[in-house]
Design a protein around this ligand. Structure first.
Ligand code: FE2
Ligand code: FE2
Length: 140
């Protein structure tokens, strides 16, 4: 087993809420499993399991985003910040869903675009910038 692509680091990624931290770890874990599945030696391969794992990722992202939005809503986090955060969630969801659809349709070029995106900084950046902003409001 090679090292996981994303390694959780409490000091860098914790938003101070145990449930949300756990959900972020699950997201990184799904991405790590997907990475291990697609990378085959020096090459990449696409199997039916890839699409299944992408479904798992999308489903979990939607659950996680909605959990976070509910937590923000239930806190004193300012409404305009919640709106901006929600818009970012919607954007990221649409992005991942588009890749999911292309995988389902066996688009031959999907991996070339999907891999740099998924294994770029979209999620870490979202956690470290946008999620971190609600940290003082949502503690556990
Ligand atoms: Fe999050
Ligand atoms: Fe978020």
């Amino acid at each position: 087993m090679s090292n996981p692509f994303f390694e959780w680091d409490d000091a860098l990624y914790s938003v101070g809420n145990a449930t949300i931290d756990k959900q972020h770890q699950v997201l990184l874990d799904i991405l790590n499993r997907l990475h291990a599945l697609i990378h085959d030696g020096d090459g990449i391969k696409n199997t039916t399991e890839t699409a299944a794992l992408m479904h798992e990722l999308t489903k979990y992202i939607i659950e996680h985003f909605s959990y976070e939005e509910n937590q923000m809503q239930a806190s004193a986090y300012p409404a305009e910040k919640i709106e901006r955060h929600r818009a970012e969630h919607d954007f990221l969801t649409a992005k991942v869903q588009a890749f999911e659809r292309r995988l389902d349709n066996a688009d031959p070029t999907v991996l070339e675009e999907m891999l740099p995106y998924l294994y770029g900084n979209w999620l870490i950046q979202h956690i470290c910038i946008s999620d971190m902003e609600y940290r003082p409001y949502i503690q556990s």
